[in-house]
Design a protein around this ligand. Structure first.
Ligand code: GLC
Length: 481
């Protein structure tokens, strides 16, 4: 099931012959820092399982384990037109989903670029931008206007406490967002107020995390799907747990929700190991955390997700150039000093360079950083990119393994989406290998496979909106009383 990309040539013996001895020593040191053994993966997974449990307990823990109030699983028979929006890191996506009722669907969508400054701007600016984009889209799709309010599934991929499906109090921004006066507030009325200003008849039926959307969208077409995962700008997972196994909501459930029913849980496991008990953090990870808008938060995510991979590489390079005095002698490093100048596509391109002399690496460094790189430097840089990508993939699957152990899944389709999963070279192969390392399977076993997800933030949001409308029509609860 794992989709293999084109195989890159492995490093041949002698690849590093022109790399000075002193550099090789440094490289070995960094290899030791960034390599995660099978044994370490197993230790992390064991701790991960107990942290998932703790997040569901009355006392709570680092991992929020947010009940998402999605209590039905899709049958594929859901029908109707639904709007869905997804506020990602760089774009707002607006989708019209037509659920056909036979496990198929049709989507029409538009993308609106989110101006970079809006990530740290004001709440009104953000929600007005979303409402304006929605209005443009609806005008195009319904030139004659619409008779009934359009139901909308709002995919908002940040940790929100939910006491019901159509509300969500932002716990904290993640992935570099930092907008005042949103944390601690319900984002649904904020969006609804901005929608009112543009005068479009839209009803926000459900607030959805991207992982929950991914899970539900994939179940709409694949009954074996057991979890929804995002390996992208951030990282997170969702799965269904049994209501009776959520001690923190014991005694609070409305009477029409029996202890045996299922509830989707948005784990928010990017926050795994915020207490730094098991993750093999390096000085680079410590620095990224310290300089982030929310130090001490999202420890796991900061080591593995797309928002940070380029930044890890930048810090390693600065270390080699300035601390160790080995790299980029006599060059202007002012651009390399700029935090986040290298996004994830940077290490991804380095790994993808098909040329023996790594000429793409040279071009990339010249264009983005104004640095000329010698061939030995390029070779070390390529190895660094591999190490960072491999560490990300290996650590990433600990969340999958932990959910499998918690729910005792011996077999599972794990539906994954996100830029790192979809675009980062070798991620899929490395992740599959790491799962084998954790469970000690041989290569042809793979009972737990990561598969490409259906479009969670579009189709998933639509299906969840449909399931919610059905519950409401049947007089069933969609949240705490
Ligand atoms: C961050 C967000 C989480 C989201 C994930 C993937 O971890 O906190 O809500 O699911 O990124 O986008």
């Amino acid at each position: 099931m794992v989709h293999l990309g084109p195989k890159r040539p492995q490093h041949r013996k002698g690849t590093f012959t022109d790399v000075p001895e002193q550099w090789m020593e440094q490289l070995h040191e960094i290899e030791n820092l960034l390599t995660v053994s099978a044994e370490t993966l197993r230790t992390i997974t064991t701790h991960f399982v107990s942290e998932l449990e703790k997040g569901l307990s009355k006392a709570g823990g680092n991992i929020p384990m947010i009940p998402a109030w999605v209590m039905d699983t899709p049958t594929g028979k859901e029908t109707g037109d639904y709007l869905a929006i997804d506020l990602g890191g760089t774009n707002l996506r607006v989708v019209l989903v037509r659920l056909a009722g036979d496990c198929t669907f049709d989507t029409t969508q538009s993308k609106f670029a989110l101006p970079e400054s809006f990530r740290t701007g004001s709440a009104d600016q953000l929600f007005d931008f979303i409402a304006d984009s929605l209005a443009k889209f609806v005008e195009e799709q319904y030139p004659e206007g619409c008779s009934e309010p359009l139901p909308l599934g709002f995919t908002f991929s940040y940790p929100c406490s939910q006491s019901k499906i159509n509300s969500g109090i932002l716990q904290r921004w993640t992935k570099g967002f930092d907008i005042d006066n949103v944390e601690g507030h319900d984002v649904v009325p904020m969006l609804q107020a901005s929608i009112k200003k543009v005068g479009v008849p839209i009803d926000v039926v459900a607030l959805i995390n991207d992982t929950t959307g991914t899970l539900v969208a994939s179940m709409y077409t694949d009954p074996e799907a057991k979890m929804g995962l995002i390996f992208g700008t951030g990282c997170n997972g969702a799965y269904y747990d049994v209501v009776g196994d959520i001690p923190k909501l014991e005694g609070k459930f409305p009477s029409d929700i029996p202890a045996t029913s299922l509830m989707a849980i948005n784990c928010e496991y990017g926050a795994f190991d915020n207490e730094h008990a098991v993750l093999p953090r390096t000085k680079y990870d410590v620095q990224i955390d310290a300089e982030s808008p929310r130090p001490g938060q999202q420890s796991f995510e900061k080591m593995i997700s797309g928002y940070y991979l380029g930044e890890v590489l930048r810090l390693v390079l600065l270390d080699l150039a300035e601390e160790k005095g080995l790299f980029f002698k006599g060059q202007d490093l002012s651009k390399l000093h700029k935090p986040f100048i290298m996004d994830t596509s940077f290490p991804a391109h380095i790994e993808d360079d098909p040329f023996e002399n790594l000429s793409d690496v040279q071009e990339l460094f010249d264009t983005v950083l104004g640095i000329q790189v010698t061939l030995p430097e390029r070779k070390v840089i390529r190895r660094l990119a591999e190490l960072i990508g491999e560490r990300s993939a290996r650590l990433s699957v600990c969340g999958i393994a932990a959910i499998c152990k918690k729910r005792n899944y011996k077999k599972a389709h794990c539906a994954a989406d996100g830029s790192v999963y979809n675009k980062y070279p070798q991620f899929k192969e490395r992740a599959a290998k790491a799962l084998r390392d954790i469970f000690e399977w041989t290569e042809d076993e793979d009972p737990v496979v990561i598969i490409p997800a259906e479009d969670g933030s579009g189709v998933g949001a639509a299906v969840i909106a449909a399931l919610t409308e059905k519950r409401l029509a049947n007089g069933l609860s969609v949240g705490l009383e």
